[in-house]
Design a protein around this ligand. Structure first.
Ligand code: GUN
Length: 284
């Protein structure tokens, strides 16, 4: 029998924690503000940004949206970021990715003040994660760690397999699992005999952007399976990178899609924004 890891429940707990602390800050006259920048009209980005704004409202943050047209130049975008960096009333800055092709995302990320980089995307904050001395946690991997902790899933000494090596998920996820004393392997599209690795793993995190990539024959009995993918199938339903229906019965714990990792990423963004405020006001 598997236990379903309920991302909605865990994210609610995280958001409620943030909401309580925010209420105290507000009682003392403070206000926490997240600036959200979206460039162009990518529909998925629009949904993410709307959800992030909704979460801000729930926890009691102010959110300010900057919706820029797709032909905004890199210089214009960086000028806006510099302006937001300089404003004391802006605590966090999030520039939704992907950006239009003519804009160098690394230049944009580098322009964000590291104390306001609530995505933890900057080289500085990634480096802090690497050495295990971090203020901001990368949102998706931090969400996964919250879920593991909520369900008392021990990482120490476990064989952890991270399938995918992106900067947003795979690399920082591997770091966080390692900080918890997991024995971590990172697999990617050039990995040979992936099944041999996955059949040995106690905890498998999948972020490959391929629908139903992880199949039941690749998973060992009793494994914990975390699915970071989300895809819209032809029948209109959502699915993840894991073949959930067939994999679930082999698992001790598994995340569903939707309702698994997805809601967590926004909750941890709220956590980071609160942290940014506290750092900026020497409360931490
Ligand atoms: N695009 C997809 N995921 C993310 C994220 O976590 N942060 C930002 N800024 N853009 C994204």
């Amino acid at each position: 029998m598997y236990t379903l890891i309920d991302g909605k429940q865990v994210s609610q707990a995280v958001k409620d924690r943030v909401k309580d602390e925010t209420a105290q800050i507000k009682e003392n006259g403070g206000e926490i503000t997240l600036a959200v920048i979206i460039v162009g009209d990518d529909p998925a980005s629009r949904v993410y940004v709307n959800n992030k704004k909704k979460a801000c409202e729930y926890v009691g943050f102010k959110s300010v949206e900057y919706a820029l047209s797709a032909d905004t130049t890199q210089e214009e975008l960086i000028d806006l970021i510099k302006e937001l960096n300089a404003r004391d009333d802006i605590n966090g800055i999030l520039c939704q990715l992907p950006l239009p092709k003519h804009i160098d995302k690394w230049a944009v990320i580098a322009a964000i003040d590291v104390k306001k980089d609530v995505d933890a995307f900057s080289a500085y904050n990634v480096g802090k994660i690497m050495i295990g001395d971090y203020d901001f946690l990368p949102c998706t991997p931090a969400g996964v760690m919250e879920m593991l902790s909520y369900y008392n899933i021990e990482v120490q000494g476990k064989k952890c397999l991270m399938i995918g090596r992106s900067n947003i998920v795979g690399k920082p996820m591997a770091m966080l699992l390692m900080h918890k004393n997991g024995t971590v392997t990172i697999a990617h599209s050039y990995t040979k005999n992936l099944s041999e690795l996955s059949k040995e793993a106690d905890i498998v995190v999948v972020a490959v952007k391929i629908p139903k990539f992880l199949t039941a024959d690749m998973v060992k009995d009793g494994a914990v399976v975390i699915d970071v993918g989300i895809h819209r199938m032809e029948n209109g339903k959502l699915c993840g990178d894991v073949d959930f229906e067939n994999v679930k019965d082999k698992c001790s714990f598994i995340t569903p899609v939707p309702g698994g990792v997805g809601p967590m990423t926004i909750a941890t963004l709220m956590q980071n924004t609160l942290k940014a405020y506290k750092i900026q006001h020497q409360l931490d």
